[in-house]
Design a protein around this ligand. Structure first.
Ligand code: ADP
Ligand code: MG
Length: 259
């Protein structure tokens, strides 16, 4: 939180367009995220929030515009004035900077919590098992689950599984974390523990883009709230302004559902 000033943005999205065949889903998104900043994206279902997050780590390719993360254009490079798609290897290297947590936590069911967390650092990043395990235990401790390291996902609650998924995403030491409705699949009584973990990460200075319907989280943890509708950023600003005093009719009507 409290993004440092005069630092180049960690994420710089410019005029991002994305269509699925004839359906235009993103209609020119501009968004900068400073290092250490926590941005919460609100918006109705179908407004393109997930698609935008997926474009940031190139799970979807964009049709127009550009997305830079940490000074590198995601998915493409310029060659003689033309954009050329990067190799799969180069894209994989870019993705190492970006952790993502989904609504469905998708842990490997046949692996323990610890094994889930060390899998990518060992398998993809070539860390030693000892080093990966040490780091993973610290991460499980950070999400309050060091006592559950040897449990399998089926032995954990949904909230615990999602916290393991957060630890797993952090294990690649990302510069940016993307959260796509991380609490939407949870029973209501389990939402709080996951939000508390995310609040801690926000306080520790992690750069985060969070899509959520948890207005309370947005109010307390966000440096900035972005309201999306119909594939566009309709309104953005400090949480107290966007949530407390929304200017756009679409933002007002969306937020009125939560009061
Ligand atoms: P949100 O996350 O805000 O609910 P999404 O980004 O998931 O919105 O979806 C925006 C629109 O794009 C929806 O109309 C959805 O049906 C469509 N969409 C998303 N992914 C695909 C896809 N892979 N193929 C076709 N249409 C898609
Ligand atoms: Mg979505």
């Amino acid at each position: 939180m409290n993004a440092p000033i005069n630092m180049p943005p960690l994420v710089q999205a410019r005029n991002v367009h994305k269509s699925f065949e004839s359906l235009e889903v993103l209609k020119g998104i501009d968004l900068d995220v400073a290092p250490g900043e926590v941005v919460v994206i609100l918006g109705p279902s179908g407004s393109g929030k997930s698609t935008f997050l997926r474009c940031i780590n190139h799970l979807e390719s964009i049709n127009r515009g550009s997305i830079e993360v940490d000074g590198e254009q995601i998915g493409y490079r310029l060659n003689k004035g033309r954009l050329v798609r990067l190799s799969n290897h180069a894209i994989a290297l870019q993705r190492r900077k970006i952790g993502m947590v989904f609504q469905q936590f998708n842990l490997y069911p046949h692996m323990t919590a610890l094994q889930n967390v060390i899998e990518a650092p060992i398998g993809i990043h070539g860390e030693s098992r000892r080093q990966a395990t040490e780091n993973a235990m610290a991460l499980l401790d950070r999400v309050g689950l060091s006592a559950k390291a040897d449990n399998y996902p089926r032995q954990l609650s949904g909230g615990q599984q999602q916290r393991v998924a957060i630890a797993r995403a952090l294990a690649i030491k990302p510069k940016l974390m993307l959260f796509d409705e991380p609490t939407s699949a949870l029973d209501p009584e389990l939402v709080g523990e996951v939000l508390a973990t995310m609040r801690d990460l926000a306080k520790q200075g992690l750069t985060m883009i969070v899509v959520t319907h948890e207005i309370g989280f947005a109010r307390e943890a966000a440096d900035r709230v972005v309201f999306m509708d119909g594939g566009k950023v309709v309104e953005q600003g400090k949480p107290e302004d966007v949530i407390g005093n929304p200017q756009h009719p679409r933002t007002r009507s969306f937020l009125s559902r939560f009061i």
